[in-house]
Write a protein that binds this ligand. Structure first.
Ligand SMILES: Nc1nc2c(ncn2[C@@H]2O[C@H](COP(=O)(O)OP(=O)(O)OP(=O)(O)O)[C@@H](O)[C@H]2O)c(=O)[nH]1
Ligand SMILES: [Mg+2]
Length: 309
């Protein structure tokens, strides 16, 4: 499956709701743009969890351009797409790779957001790029977490460093980076425990991981990726805010996009965090991680409308 088709598939739930509703808004050949129309459009947009602010911006834009005139679906569609592109705009964000030595990527996020699965997918992506990868099972809090990552490592065919139960995550991270250096691996990805921003001790643990790997490789960690669960919608966004502030995150992975009709949540995420969205997760298989790119994302979001049934 091509890249665009994978994004499209991942966004299918959101796109279906969005496009069906917008098409329903245009019963006949067009609609007069008045307060009633604008209110209906606003309600549809808000359903995707894009947030009241962005939905209002789109409503205002259509009001400014078309009020008192008849608007056709394709015109509305173009205005909405353009506005969403503006709202999502971010500099192109490839991962920052180390100038020398392994690139160290620490993956953080609240409980169950999709960290471990995203690490497996990211490892897969790096491996298909011809890079050698070492994983560090830094979530030593739960035995099952180490097991989960170990199974992934075997499945994908990358090395993994684990510690004994309840061992210091920073020491696992240290050993993982050491192994990556010794083996000449290009990438070392560190898993961390599911944690909440209110748990000060866990934040300290993360700080220690950062310090330890920073002493091993200049500039490490090169990326601290915050994994957010798209199915949590706006709720997950606010939960994650304190977390991202405390953890020094450099980018966002939006996991489980395929599981929600609220894929519009990527808009408040871009607006509320001063962080680029680097990847989106579109399934549970190792290849289900896609680089986030605004234009194809927006096209996929409105793809249904291009072939009205
Ligand atoms: N459909 C879908 N499911 C996903 C995706 N990413 C993760 N999951 C599922 O979400 C669940 C939690 O994922 P994990 O990777 O274990 O999450 P975690 O953040 O490591 O969880 P903790 O270690 O408990 O904090 C698993 O059942 C995954 O299969 C995705 O992109 N799409
Ligand atoms: Mg995990």
């Amino acid at each position: 499956m091509g890249l665009f088709d994978r994004i499209k598939q991942g966004l299918a739930k959101t796109a279906t709701v969005l496009n069906t509703d917008i098409r329903d808004l245009f019963k006949s050949e067009g609609r007069l743009v008045d307060d009633a129309f604008l209110a209906e459009l606003f309600a549809i947009l808000v359903k995707t969890d894009m947030g009241g602010g962005p939905a209002a911006e789109i409503r205002e834009q259509i009001g400014t351009d078309f009020r008192g005139r008849v608007i056709h679906m394709s015109d509305a569609f173009e205005v909405i797409k353009q506005k969403v592109r503006e709202l999502l705009a971010q500099p192109p964000q490839p991962l920052r790779f180390a100038e020398s030595g392994p690139t160290v990527i620490v993956v953080v996020g609240v409980n169950g957001s999709g960290k471990t699965t995203s690490i497996a997918k990211l490892a897969m992506l790096c491996k298909s790029d011809g890079k050698r990868v070492v994983l560090g099972a830094g979530d030593t809090f739960r035995a099952a977490a180490v097991e989960q990552l170990t199974v992934w490592a075997q499945r994908i065919g990358v090395d993994i460093v684990t510690g004994a139960g309840q061992s210091d995550p920073a020491s696992v991270a240290h050993r993982a980076v050491t192994k990556a250096r010794e083996d000449g691996a290009e990438v070392c990805i560190i898993d961390t425990a599911g944690r909440l921003q209110t748990q000060v001790n866990l934040m300290r643990e993360l700080e220690k991981i950062r310090r330890v790997v920073g002493n091993q490789v200049p500039g490490a960690p090169h990326e601290v990726l915050l994994v957010l669960d798209a199915t949590a919608g706006q709720n997950g966004v606010s939960q994650a805010r304190g977390f991202s502030d405390a953890a020094g995150c450099t980018g966002i992975v939006l996991a489980k996009l395929d599981g929600t009709a609220k894929g519009g949540v990527v808009i408040p995420i871009r607006q509320q965090f001063d962080l680029p969205v680097v990847f989106v997760g579109v399934g549970e298989k190792p290849e289900d991680l896609v680089v986030f790119d605004v234009d194809p994302f927006v096209d996929a979001l409105f793809t249904e409308m291009e072939s009205p049934s």
